[in-house]
Design a protein around this ligand. Sequence first.
Ligand SMILES: *Cc1c(COP(=O)(O)O)cnc(C)c1O
Length: 419
Amino acid sequence: MTCSVWRPYCQMKIAPPPMPISATEGCELIGTNGERWIDGMASWWSACHGYNHPHVRSAVTRQLERMPHVMFGGITHEPAERLADRLAALAPGDLNHVFFSDSGSVAVEVAMKMAIGHWRRRGRTSRTKFLAFHNAYHGDTTGAMSLCDPQRSMHARYSDAITQQYHTPLPRDTDSIELFHRTLEQHADCIAGVFVEPLVQGAGGMRFHDVDTLVRIRDACRQHDVLLIADEIATGFQRTGKMFAVDHTVDLADPVVPDILCLGKALTAGTMSMAVTLARSHVFESFYDDDPSAALMHGPTFMANPLACSAANASLDLFEQNDYDLTGIECVLRERLSPLQKHDNVVEVRCMGAVGVIQFREPPNMQQVQDELVRRGVWLRPFGDCLYTTPPLCISREQLSTVCDAMVHAALETQPVGA
Ligand SMILES: *Cc1c(COP(=O)(O)O)cnc(C)c1O
């Protein structure tokens, strides 16, 4: 294996070598000697329909033969037009304006520029900051990094080099609700928007909250007239049991419709890097003017890449054709992981849709945990104090049970680091 690769989130000096994978099939990763592992991560939440799905593969192959890429400045193409229409139709409310980019972090940067630009056009030029929550994760680029939890995230070490934003705990009890409102009120002059990962905070700690919290955040944004920006890069495309996590509010009298919505990860069914930022009409209209300088000045080179758009369109076809049993997946996760709930070293086992999390009091040696999982034919990447799975939505009951049983065994058989 080459040693010229600088690997992600990795202390190159001491990390064990990465696992070489040479093929994928269904829900499995295939090693260079034909060994197979069930991918309980769906490649960082992205391979929602499993790997090498024939429908996605043939759509991308056809697109590859016709037109792999073309610039998006002054040019358009059918795969992008069709995808934008379909995403606008799927997203709640009037989230009808779709801006393409090449990764989730960039979609977050675009959302920040949309929000700042929106207020600038309305004369509120001091509104250039954001409020985000403790344990938040919004990406790795510098703007997105500034939104991540300032203490607990892996970006803490860059804190003196990035923009300072406002961070509060999620408003879930009397004190945190009070602090959230007070922060918004005191800094309403400089806050352009509130960023939230609805219902599931991902890479910042795999924490869950609820519809009431989401509604409370929306109501506060309304009250203080700041934008609500939902980062559904991880939670989108049925991960939490509904197409989008905000869809858990559809049955309320006043459902939550964020002003801006970011999607990525599963957007192309794990095939290619692409993300989108959707804006509601009132945000879009702030930029809609005879004045050219009022335009949104952003445009990645590979914006709306036709291969990625064709993969995303094929993925949406599959969501239309398949009725994934997310309730069933959640039940299996609950049933198989809950025995750990009573374990002394387990803070909590939590499951929502196709997300299952074991949070430890004293984290075990995660390398040992991972080695044990791999021995049992399962690929997961535990981090911090959590061992979690976000499997492909098409995972079979049997495969899911194998993943969960491996998690339970690995958790029980591995000693806490401190022990
Ligand atoms: C993964 C993720 C991002 C960043 O997406 P990339 O494609 O890795 O840049 C942003 N926000 C959330 C919630 C994510 O899970």
